[in-house]
Design a protein around this ligand. Structure first.
Ligand code: ADP
Length: 484
């Protein structure tokens, strides 16, 4: 199945500006999670393909791409963004088929991908160094320089958005990139590679090699020719990648998910909060790093919030991506089994509401009905561990101190929100919450492209999005000139 209208063969990899099968010629089927059918085959790249991709990236970095000025790089990115938007229907369809994401959510991801290109394109020629007052007779200044060849390991949940925030920032700052998309969902990564090529990105500046994590992924992250690694995915894989990066002593950005809370106080505008409380849990079927899986509610409004959330859950319907309901399938049967395993561990809990899997959803699809639990103890596994499915728990609290202790009481720290009309409380909690982003009276599920994003604890380290991403993809050189 060629990827239309771009005419890419998904059994090919993009290396040095050319599409070709991987060295072994091996492929694996890509599954449509909405019905379990095989969508197409993809290339199973391996160590030698990664070697060639890293060499091609190095040549681009040492060649025309490395010599391009910030404004020239920005123009190429602008063009990529424009081509992404021109192909919005096709890209959204590919993402929907591949990830199982409802079409409307997939379209939003295409727009976000284009926005990353626009933002980084416009920002990169404003990325200034500093002059530093120093000894008499000296002029000292700093230069922000690209790392060189960057490796990008992308997960399956938001391929386009994560490519945008990571590859976009790397290219904007003049790095050359090797992208390894997830084996569960990689069609839009291939399409992005082709669009970037058509936008005039020089050969080798972006290489896309699909394959398994154990082979292509590990080959990329342990490659001695890679100067920076960015990874979004599970904690376990993040540990392996940090170890690989440690061996080569290269910087690594890890975004590993979370158990993000929303804190709802007695004085909150409950009706304004409600759509955020629920959507942040079920968006992309809960397979979102910044999903809000814990809802902490003060006792004065507890019954009201529980009742109103339950009502919304009762109206949630899950079905095929193309049916464009609130919830699609999970990405795979494996992910469905993981989520069902958690639900089994919640058998002792008070499940107060469940959405519906529509009756005509194909039996081979990876569907799980969204589930809402209340009265959950903060130390229960469903309140501590990342589930990556459409499951939320509601936890009661008495006062601000208890809310804070519960909110900070997991190993993660990615996103949090506070719903309250008390400005002083908002400020106190914004400081005290252990979280890379804090939203006050809203919940951004990762926020916009302009907003720095990343975590602490098991959520990882390093910041993506916004100007911070551009800093992260550069290293600082200090130049001290003595002129007397
Ligand atoms: P999941 O378990 O949900 O699939 P992972 O974190 O394992 O999530 O996968 C995210 C990305 O990491 C995918 O692109 C996958 O191929 C890649 N990956 C998995 N294992 C490794 C590894 N050992 N080294 C490098 N990349 C890996």
């Amino acid at each position: 199945m060629p990827i239309r209208p771009l005419d890419i063969d998904p059994t090919h990899c993009l290396i040095g500006g050319k599409w070709a099968p991987c060295d072994s010629g091996k492929t694996m089927p890509l599954i449509n999670p909405s019905d379990g059918s095989a969508l197409c085959d993809i290339a199973l790249g391996g160590a030698t393909d990664i070697d060639r991709a890293v060499a091609a990236a190095r040549a681009a970095f040492d060649g025309p791409w490395g010599r391009a000025t910030a404004v020239e790089r920005g123009r190429v990115l602008q063009k990529i963004g424009a081509l992404v938007l021109e192909n919005i229907d096709e890209l959204a369809k590919l993402e929907a088929l591949d990830v199982g994401k409802p079409l409307t959510q997939a379209r939003a991801d295409v727009v976000a991908l284009a926005r990353y290109m626009e933002f980084y394109a416009g920002a990169v020629d404003k990325l200034h160094g500093q002059t530093i007052p120093y000894l008499d007779g000296y002029t000292v200044y700093t230069l922000r320089e690209p790392h060189g060849v960057t490796g990008h390991i992308i997960p399956w949940n938001y391929p386009m958005q994560i490519i945008g925030r990571s590859v976009g920032a790397a290219l904007a700052t003049g790095n050359a990139a090797v992208l390894k998309p997830a084996e569960e969902a990689c069609l839009t990564a291939l399409a992005f590679g082709e669009l970037a090529r058509r936008a005039g990105l020089p050969d080798g500046a972006l290489n896309v090699v699909s394959g398994t994590g154990a082979e292509a992924g590990a080959a990329l992250t342990s490659h001695a020719g890679v100067n920076h690694i960015s990874f979004t995915g599970s904690v376990g894989t993040g540990r392996l990648i940090q170890q690989a990066a440690a061996h080569n002593v290269v910087p690594v950005t890890l975004e590993l998910g979370g158990k993000s809370p929303q804190l709802v106080f007695d004085d909150a505008d409950i009706d304004a909060a409600l759509p955020f409380l629920v959507n942040a849990g079920i968006q992309n079927a809960g397979q979102t790093c910044s999903a809000s899986s814990r809802i902490l509610v003060q006792r004065g409004v507890y019954d009201e919030v529980v009742g109103k959330m339950a009502e919304r859950y009762g109206a949630l319907r899950a079905g095929p991506a193309m049916a464009d309901l609130a919830v699609g399938p999970l990405v795979s049967q494996r992910q469905k089994e993981i989520v069902e395993g958690f639900l089994a561990k919640g058998a002792d809990l008070n499940k107060i509401a469940k959405g519906e899997v529509i009756p005509d959803a194909p039996s081979g699809g990876a569907y799980v009905a969204p589930s809402l639990f209340e009265g959950v103890s903060p130390d229960h596994t469903l309140a501590q561990d990342e589930i990556f499915g459409p499951v939320q728990v509601i936890i009661p609290f008495d006062d601000e101190a208890e809310a804070l202790a519960i909110a900070n009481g997991t190993a993660f720290g990615l996103v949090a929100s506070v719903w309250s009309r008390d400005g002083a409380r908002q400020m106190r909690l914004a400081r005290a919450l252990r979280s890379g982003q804090v939203f006050l009276n809203n919940y951004g599920a990762g926020g916009g492209v302009e907003l720095p994003f990343g975590g602490s604890g098991l959520s990882g380290h390093g910041r993506e999005k916004g100007f911070e991403a551009l800093y992260g993809f550069t290293s600082l050189k200090t130049v001290a000139a003595y002129h007397g």
